[in-house]
Design a binder for this molecule. Structure first.
Ligand code: ADP
Ligand code: IPE
Length: 246
């Protein structure tokens, strides 16, 4: 294959979201190996999981700038750099050539300036970006990984965009809270989907909004379970298990 893809590795997959800074190394290695097998050139975006959300939530980020939040935002940014470095090493182990971009340094006029990303991909690198804290006016904000995927997609018009999360796809409601929830294999908008958002960046509710917007820039947008990385090989093929945005 010769396509360009954008892949979001959800914090719910590459970290244990309930334990501060717990990285899921083996899971991430499995995912990297399966991404490598696709043969696609790609940009990879990582979410915060327990490297981003726990401290943010504890210190009220997003919120107005205070000395406490400055200290916390600095710590979250360092933790995210650490997570990106760990994921980068895993990607190198699968023969990618990762190149970490610090998201907060790339924000211009309220969005990430993705101009360099395409060039790095064409030269053989795998740009790696991460959800991050940043300063805007009198506030400390969070730029989510999902939002970065939107910005990159708008700029690159990728052939495929995949979100790896910790459930099989988008359900009629949160499958962890209601066992009657049913997976929706194809969604065109967020009608009929109940989504809860509990983390610092709005969880599944915001993700759905983003997915629908991203679909304007890519023919194939999907959500699948990163805990079953072998499903990556079936993206866009018969037998795919996950949700496709139509
Ligand atoms: P990630 O960290 O992978 O970016 P999030 O934690 O933001 O993902 O969102 C995934 C979580 O959203 C799932 O673990 C699930 O419990 C929850 N969720 C809430 N509503 C839904 C829904 N309608 N369909 C699927 N998951 C949902
Ligand atoms: C959040 O990024 C980044 C920070 C909290 C700094 P995401 O919102 O994309 O993270 P996940 O994937 O839901 O964990």
């Amino acid at each position: 294959m010769d396509g360009i893809s954008v892949v979001k590795l959800g914090g719910s997959v590459i970290t244990d979201k309930s334990v501060y800074r717990r990285f899921r190394l083996r899971k991430t290695q499995d995912i990297a190996a399966n991404l490598r097998k696709t043969g696609d050139r790609m940009a990879i975006v990582i979410g915060g999981g327990s490297f981003g959300h726990i401290l943010s939530k504890r210190h009220g980020i997003p919120g107005a700038i205070t000395p406490d939040r400055i200290e916390a935002a600095s710590a979250v940014h360092s933790d995210m750099l650490d997570l990106a470095a760990r994921v980068g090493r895993v990607l190198s182990g699968s023969h990618f050539k990762p190149y970490i971009f610090s998201t907060s340094s790339m924000i211009r006029n309220g969005r990430v300036d993705c101009t360099p990303i395409g060039e790095y991909i064409r030269k053989g690198f795998t740009p790696l970006l991460f959800g991050d804290t940043y300063i805007s006016g009198g506030r400390i904000e969070i730029y989510s990984g999902d939002r970065i995927v939107l910005d990159i997609s708008q700029n690159l018009k990728p052939d495929m965009v995949a979100f790896l999360t910790d459930v099989d796809g988008i359900y009629t409601e949160d499958p962890k809270k209601n066992h009657d929830a049913r997976i929706v294999y194809e969604v065109g908008n967020d009608e009929g989907i109940k989504a809860t958002g509990e983390d610092a960046t709005g969880g599944m509710r915001l993700k759905l909004d983003m997915l629908v917007r991203i679909r304007k820039y890519s023919r194939h947008v999907c959500v699948l379970n990163g805990n079953h990385p072998e499903r990556i090989a079936l993206i866009g093929k018969p037998g795919f298990i996950g949700t496709v945005i139509s």
